[in-house]
Design a protein around this ligand. Sequence first.
Ligand code: SAM
Length: 298
Amino acid sequence: MTATAAPHSARAVVAALREGAPASPELVNSYYGLCIPFYREFLGDHWHTGFYESDGAIGPRDQLRMEALVAQSAGITADDRVLDVGCGVGGPACHVARLTGARVRGLTPNQAQLEIARAGAAHRGLAERVRFDLGEASQLPYPGGSFDVVLFFESACHFPDRARFFREAWRVLRPGGRLAGEDWVQCEQAPQPLRSQWAARIGRSWAIPALGSIAEYASQMTQAGFRVELARDMREEMPLLRGFVTRAADRDAIGAEMRNTPDPIRQLVMQGLMELGEAAAQGAFTVGRFLATKPQEA
Ligand SMILES: C[S@@+](CC[C@H](N)C(=O)[O-])C[C@H]1O[C@@H](n2cnc3c(N)ncnc32)[C@H](O)[C@@H]1O
């Protein structure tokens, strides 16, 4: 099903999420229509966690580094046809195309994102190689075997049925094709009920139907027919906490802004940032990075 324009006001969407309404595809899509200005203000066109260095300032280069790492893990070359599922406003798709020379297609269920993504590709002189379509992860609008690589950058956490997305990714990949991405996940090592308590709170603040885990992603990829090459907790390879709001001074500043802004979406995102920082600091939340291959004989 393709979700269309946002049907609710910011107030209604935020109230529904706070009250714990199921993050249906329609509600997620409304949320993603409403938060475009805020996300672009803070993250530009790259709406995901960065790959942080151990010191120096945190900034937009971290997001680009994360995209390069994921693209590199998939071994993308100029001959590849790449699909980025849940592409946002197209920053990663354009960057991966520029980095590798590949042809990239981005897919989003959100009309407003689609228009910004198309304009962005044209503005960057990439309109020939980077295309965007409207559609949804559970039903990828492409024939079988259309792609060499499928990517996801922090989009799969929002999908209504991730197992189905992995089956769809398998279908649209050619034999030997690669699925690569990174996503927000809960930590299996954290004790229950800490883990489920944070997963529920993060879900309500970020329009996530069900925060998964690294083992769950890997098992669903395997069930879809993939060979999982990498399913890694990114705390093992970068100082994850640097990217989240854990310092007291930063938390005070965000807390103040949260209290002062009249915009309910802004309030929700600020609250979400505080929660992510706390959950990450308590070891209940992390980022997982994945690489899986569709066997040649498939
Ligand atoms: C955190 S943003 C990441 C966007 C982009 N990958 C990036 O890193 O800039 C999550 C994206 O997932 C998209 N999304 C949410 N539900 C989706 C679904 N069911 N199918 C495809 N995309 C979806 C949202 O519209 C949004 O573009």
